[in-house]
Ligand binder design. Structure first.
Ligand code: SF4
Length: 489
């Protein structure tokens, strides 16, 4: 995968009167850095006002001692953001802030709504403040729209305003929100994106996208926030209500790639799930080789599982430069052609003269895999067999994962043989859909697998499809014919 698809954010909420809430939020954001590396921020309140501090860059670059010491409060929310090229501006960093009749609202969003245009029209008709990004349907404009709807609500208070707006949203959202008095957390009826609740050692509360943020603070995992659940946290504890009936369709890609391996999702440790995916992959797609190696780092657990199941020795065939990030000074054209070499360097001593199996979690465009195969051959590999611990990605995501348009997905337009010849591997094998789901040890009917199966659990309006440059000319689709299906569970 190597960064070809990106998650659209991590969120956190902390309610801990008497503690250094800014510092706790900072550490939680630090643990969620992998969910977004372009911007981060926090909103904090002392019960009187809400202060927002956000900036472009990594969490460790944005917050220093001076900043943290200036942020005081009893509760806070935070956000790490990944944004697509062109929208990487300060205005688009979160939390988003809006004030209105119901008070001061700060909101952090992980996900993507699919009824943005309806929400925008409704807001305009009500005389509200439409999103500043006209015509765009980025997660940023979704977030602005939701905040504007809540802030302009004519309900009696913030809690009621949030409760009234949530059922009008379609698509993916895990929110942390706050006003001067409380922290709120909410998850869409499908539970596309994760959100969990933990208890801090000194008695406060934490909401976070992943359990790894709880671990860093020494917090006890209490439970996942349920799909369709709204929680409000104040001095009296956690108040829970269901604002809509749950229709579970959690993103299976969180288990395959996005979540940190030390997190638990839906009760299952992510590392162990990926390890089982590797074992099943070895059963379904065996290979004759002397070495199994991962594409670091995301392919490591599956490669280890593959090695155990196949009996083939496991080894590290690449050294990864861990410091190549989004803030990396843009390479010159000549250096850009080096591509993946900026991040990965093959170990000739390990590879030379061997038949190698390279395990990766997914193939998106195929360019990275093609370069990996080429590098391994140059380093002396006798044969290169690619094994992928998820099925071919053929459809785009509309629920908060930033994937390329369909015409850029290598598996969308051709057969597995076509992909194999493009990446120039000696063989290519993917894990089956059923094998992937079974490896999670979670019931199949609780997952969204739309990017593999085209079964979209929430219907996608045609405007949104067009925004992904699909269905503009449905016959034929840019890379082969694609049948679109949407189903409401
Ligand atoms: S389409 Fe794929 S990436 Fe998007 S929510 Fe569904 S499983 Fe996850």
């Amino acid at each position: 995968m190597a960064g070809e698809a990106r998650d659209a954010c991590g969120v956190v909420g902390i309610y801990a009167p008497g503690e250094d809430v800014a510092r706790l939020t900072y550490y939680a954001l630090y643990a969620l850095q992998h969910r977004g590396q372009e911007a981060a921020g926090m909103a904090i309140s002392d019960g009187q006002s809400v202060v927002v501090y956000k900036e472009l860059g990594l969490v460790s670059q944005i917050f220093d001692e001076l900043v943290l010491k200036s942020l005081h409060g009893k509760h806070a929310i935070g956000h790490t953001r990944y944004s697509t090229t062109g929208s990487s501006s300060w205005e688009n960093a979160q939390p988003t802030y809006k004030s209105g009749p119901v008070g001061h609202l700060a909101l952090a969003h992980n996900g993507n709504l699919v009824n943005s245009l309806d929400l925008k029209r409704a807001l305009a008709e009500a005389g509200g403040d439409p999103t500043p990004q006209r015509g765009r349907m980025s997660s940023t404009s979704d977030t602005d729209l939701v905040a504007a709807h809540i802030a302009s609500s004519d309900e009696a208070d913030m809690h009621s305003a949030i409760r009234s707006v949530l059922p009008r949203l379609d698509g993916a959202y895990s929110f942390t929100m706050m006003d001067e008095n409380r922290v709120f957390g909410a998850r869409d009826p499908q539970g596309f994106r994760p959100l969990c609740l933990g208890r801090l050692p000194e008695g406060g509360w934490i909401l976070a996208s992943e359990t790894c943020a709880l671990d860093l603070l020494g917090a006890e995992f209490i439970r996942d926030i349920e799909p369709g659940e709204l929680v409000a946290i104040d001095d009296d504890g956690v108040h829970s209500e269901r604002f809509v009936e749950a229709r579970p369709a959690a993103c299976i890609f969180e288990h395959v790639y996005f979540a940190r391996p030390d997190s638990a999702l839906m009760g299952q440790n992510v590392y162990a799930t990926r390890y089982r995916m590797g074992r099943r992959l070895a059963q379904e797609q065996p290979a004759e080789a002397e070495l199994v190696m991962p594409l670091p780092d995301s392919g490591v657990p599956a490669a280890q599982g593959f090695a155990l199941e196949s009996g083939i020795a496991y080894g590290e065939g690449f050294v990864k430069n861990r410091y190549v990030g989004r803030t990396f000074i843009q390479p010159t054209q000549r250096m850009r052609q080096q591509g993946i070499r900026m991040k990965l360097n093959p170990l000739r001593e390990v590879i030379e003269g061997r038949r190698v199996v390279v395990v990766d979690d997914s193939i998106v465009r195929g360019n990275t895999t093609r370069q990996v195969v080429s590098m391994l051959r140059e380093a002396g590999a006798r044969e290169v067999h690619i094994r992928v611990s998820s099925p071919p990605i053929k459809w785009p995501c509309f629920y908060g994962i930033d994937m390329p348009d369909q015409d850029e997905l290598i598996a969308a337009g051709g057969s597995i043989d076509d992909v194999q010849s493009y990446i120039e591997a000696d063989s290519l094998g993917y894990l089956s859909h059923d094998g992937m789901v079974a490896a999670t040890q979670i019931p199949a009917d609780t997952f969204c697998t739309a990017c593999f199966s085209s079964r979209y659990p929430v219907p996608i309006p045609v405007e949104q499809l067009r925004s992904k440059q699909v269905l503009e000319d449905p016959s034929p689709a840019p890379r082969g014919h694609v049948e679109w299906q949407t189903e409401k569970k």
